[in-house]
Design a protein around this ligand. Structure first.
Ligand code: NAD
Length: 283
């Protein structure tokens, strides 16, 4: 039986580590604050924002909520971001995506100060990841690296295959695996012979956005399989991009959905808030 990589447990350990750092900083008179901006009342966004506020409360990070109506203009949102950029008591700025269609996500993300970009979506953060400069790592792929390492798997020299090339998961995931000295292949919707390429992987990271797409026929015996996908089926049950029951008997280790990658994203966001303070103070 494969090792089930327990994202709830590992994210709990990371949040405890963050809580310790926040407590130490507080003793030195330092408060860490995250500004969370939500536009409109999309129910899924409200759940995500609520979970982020809960994680802040747990780790001792102050969360400051800005709830703007769906009708807010891009200029008004940009003005708020400008104000938060200049507010020294704010360490991190998070704008919950997606934004309504009349607002450009790209312009909004670019408006966030790269020193407060705790989601790691700013082009400067992407550039820093590429070149190894100090900067924020996008939370989901950074969480995947933690899951792999804390399972005791050394990435160095391993064949790593990432399926998916989005800016928030696939591409930064590939860069992070490369940074850990993996030999990395990125696959996408135009990849030929996906099955054969995926089967070369010692470490397979799947971020396609298609429920249960990857079955055992895509997986090498003894591979580490990380499922980033998250879907709710007709019965309301969560599942990933990987067909867990098919792949699990073949894998060395595998993340379940739920309870795998999902909880890591928020834990890494909390870690980035502390990193933001250090980046701002250049320590
Ligand atoms: P996306 O739609 O932006 O990108 C999907 C990628 O998969 C694309 O690059 C596309 O080329 C590739 N792809 C699509 N069909 C393919 C196919 N048949 N063969 C090979 N490649 C194919 O999605 P995303 O934002 O990267 O998210 C991927 C999944 O991860 C989604 O299910 C999303 O909900 C989930 N997700 C989870 C978290 C988390 O915290 N757990 C965070 C972000 C995204």
């Amino acid at each position: 039986m494969a090792i089930r990589i327990d994202g709830r447990k590992i994210s709990g350990i990371i949040k405890d580590e963050v809580r310790d750092s926040v407590e130490k900083l507080r003793k030195e008179g330092v408060e860490i604050t995250l500004a969370v901006v939500q536009v409109g009342e999309d129910p899924a966004s409200t759940v995500y924002v609520g979970n982020k506020k809960k994680a802040c409360a747990y780790t001792g990070i102050n969360s400051r909520a800005y709830n703007l109506p769906e009708s807010v203009t891009e200029a008004e949102l940009l003005a708020l971001i400008d104000e938060l950029n200049g507010d020294e008591s704010v360490n991190g700025i998070l704008v919950q995506l997606p934004l309504p269609p009349h607002i450009s996500e790209s312009r909004v993300i670019k408006a966030i100060s790269p020193l407060k970009d705790v989601d790691g979506f700013h082009v400067q953060s992407a550039g820093a990841l590429m070149t190894g400069e100090p900067g924020f790592l996008p939370c989901t792929p950074a969480g995947v690296i933690e899951l792999i390492k804390r399972t005791g798997v050394d990435i160095t020299g391993k064949e790593c295959v990432v399926i998916g090339r989005s800016n928030i998961v696939g591409k930064p995931m590939a860069m992070l695996l490369l940074r850990e000295n993996g030999t990395v292949t990125v696959c996408h919707s135009k990849t030929k012979n996906l099955r054969e390429v995926a089967k070369r992987a010692d470490i397979l990271v799947v971020a396609i956005g298609r429920p249960k797409f990857i079955d055992a026929s895509y997986v090498k015996e003894g591979a580490v399989v990380i499922d980033v996908g998250i879907h709710r089926n007709e019965g309301g049950k969560l599942c990933g991009d990987v067909d867990f029951d098919s792949v699990e008997p073949k894998a060395y280790a595998i993340t379940p959905v739920p309870g795998g990658v999902g909880p890591m994203t928020i834990a890494m966001l909390m870690k980035n808030c502390v990193a933001a303070y250090r980046l701002q103070k250049s320590i």
